[in-house]
Write a protein that binds this ligand. Structure first.
Ligand code: SF4
Length: 395
């Protein structure tokens, strides 16, 4: 029987968060069966990109990682907190913005993986990947603990601890996963790295347009399990999804990576019905405030980097009342093909985002935001083109 623990936090201070994390670990039977003295342990938060505010629900708060760090070192293991943010994002600036420097000042190692030595490791029985490109630190770890936030996601409905492992891939490999198939790629990664524990920071989650620019949703929860699939099945129910709506959970279950059937999962602590609260789905807010004539074409293989860039650019445009520039515009993101183009696409009304779209842009003379992924300022500029006679400045 897989066990999932759900705890309510009593407050927002470190002591309250630590109490909830410790209770989750205790209810899971402690760490001694998965972490031995002398183990090198990686605690992997979700620091995908720089949030507007550290408790916006887009990134894992340091308090949860510190509490896990203390529990891991208490059993005699060595632990580091390690992350590489989304492709193109500067991990160190996310670390600074999210308060993790304070942990470094206390002597806890918080590592920007993008600065570490990379390596390739084989994927046994991989569905889409035969190798993954990661870091020696990850390869050499004895145990990995995945510490995501409770969030919705535009491609995978929810993004939790299994998908959080994508931050253990180099940027090149992250992009490759999006083009090869994100769901099976994540499962290949999980079955290779075998995280031993998932603890979800559900104090502040994020609903709507995840994974970084969604709406903050306070849940005051910590959820954990040594069975990642069970942990995510239960958390999906808390967030108002059916378990089978979440492809990563379903695929990981089919591969035998964990349990998704509730009759085989024991929930301890709070029960799902006591804490559940429906998260607004990504698709429900994607078009709020946008002109109806605006046409955003996201190829399903577009990476998180380009998706974040476009959403961030749209937020900037909204804040500066630039949405009128989107009237009748086609915005193409990801490796779209000729047949994906709208029949009315012209150089005046079509803009391509990212290197993947360069071929289409060159062939048709469309405007192009260059980069892989491009910056959001360049994306806004590409959308605006030379139509800035409206008098709005963007620089
Ligand atoms: S341009 Fe965007 S979608 Fe294409 S590989 Fe780069 S980040 Fe991914």
């Amino acid at each position: 029987m897989s066990v999932v623990s759900i705890q309510k936090t009593a407050g927002n201070d470190y002591a309250s968060i630590k109490t909830a994390v410790d209770k989750v670990i205790e209810q899971l039977g402690g760490l001694e069966d998965i972490i031995k003295p002398g183990y090198r342990v990686i605690i992997k938060p979700n620091l995908v990109a720089t949030p507007t505010e550290r408790l916006s629900g887009g990134v894992t708060r340091w308090e949860v990682c510190k509490a896990i760090y203390e529990a891991v070192t208490a059993v005699g293991a060595d632990a580091v907190i390690a992350e590489s943010s989304a492709a193109g994002a500067d991990t160190e600036s996310v670390i600074q913005k999210c308060g993790y420097q304070a942990l470094r000042d206390e002597g806890i190692a918080v590592i920007d993986l993008k600065k570490e030595k990379t390596c390739e490791i084989p994927v046994k029985d991989g569905v889409i990947a035969q190798t993954i490109s990661t870091w020696e630190l990850v390869r050499d770890a004895d145990a990995i603990i995945t510490v995501p936030v409770m969030k919705t996601h535009d491609q995978t409905e929810v993004t939790l601890g299994m998908k959080n492992c994508k931050g253990l891939l180099t940027d090149v490999n992250k992009k490759r996963f999006h083009s090869m198939g994100l769901v099976e790629g994540v499962c290949d990664l999980v079955q290779t790295l075998k995280p031993v524990l998932e603890i979800i920071d559900g104090t502040f989650g994020q609903q709507g347009l995840g994974p970084i620019f969604g709406e903050t949703k306070e849940m005051d929860l910590i959820v954990g399990s040594k069975d990642l699939v069970a942990c995510e099945a239960v958390t999906s129910l808390i967030m108002g999804y059916e378990i089978d709506e979440v492809n990563i959970t379903v695929s990981a279950y089919k591969r035998g990576l964990g349990e998704k059937e509730m009759k085989k999962i024991q929930v301890v602590g709070k029960q799902i019905d006591e804490v559940k609260s429906r998260f607004k789905r990504s698709c429900e807010v994607a078009s709020e405030g946008l002109p109806s004539s605006y046409n955003l074409i996201f190829d399903e293989q577009a990476c998180t980097g380009c998706r974040n860039t476009v959403i961030s650019a749209l937020m900037d445009m909204k804040a500066q009342n630039l949405f009128p520039y989107l009237e009748n515009m086609n915005v193409i993101v990801g490796p779209c093909k000729e047949e994906d183009l709208p029949s009315d696409a012209t150089p005046e009304n079509t803009v391509c985002i990212g290197l993947c779209t360069k071929k289409l842009a060159d062939a048709h003379g469309f405007r192009l935001a260059v980069g892989c992924p491009p910056g959001n300022a360049d994306t806004v500029k590409a959308i605006l083109g030379d139509r800035r006679e409206y008098g709005v400045r963007y620089s």
